[in-house]
Design a protein around this ligand. Structure first.
Ligand SMILES: [Zn+2]
Length: 131
């Protein structure tokens, strides 16, 4: 059952709070540790259920290449850009890229179930600091 934004369960609100406080994506294991230091024993399924609910509500997304989660509103379809120096994650609309990929796949008769395009590199701020 999907919860609309504003109707989060206490667990979802707590997980979302941690993700928003962190400057970089957090793994489920890191989230579990933070939840446990907040309030003692927390079972892993509690964290996974909260993550699933937040993802269904479109408030966070899984960064596949990091096996971690970030509070990035899912712009769908879009490209996720990850800075490997400071860990910031943002999603970027790239309709041309997505459209051309879609056309190529359709031409091969490939039925897309879901797709994730993630780009790793260095953000503008970090690149400037290196100069
Ligand atoms: Zn950066």
């Amino acid at each position: 059952m999907a919860h609309a934004a504003g109707e989060l369960t206490p667990n979802q609100a707590q997980v979302l709070g941690h993700l928003r406080q962190a400057n970089a994506p957090l793994t489920a294991y890191q989230l579990l540790g933070r939840m446990q230091s907040d309030r003692g024993a927390v079972a892993p399924p509690t964290v996974y259920r909260a993550l699933k609910g937040l993802e269904d509500a479109g408030l966070i997304r899984r960064i596949e290449t990091l096996r971690a989660w970030a509070p990035v509103a899912a712009i769908s379809p879009g490209v996720v850009v990850i800075c490997d120096d400071c860990g910031t994650v943002r999603s970027m609309q790239a309709p041309d890229v997505v459209e051309s990929l879609h056309l190529r796949l359709a031409a091969e008769g490939f039925a897309e179930a879901r797709q994730t395009i993630e780009v790793h590199g260095r953000c503008g701020g970090c690149a400037e600091g290196q100069r």
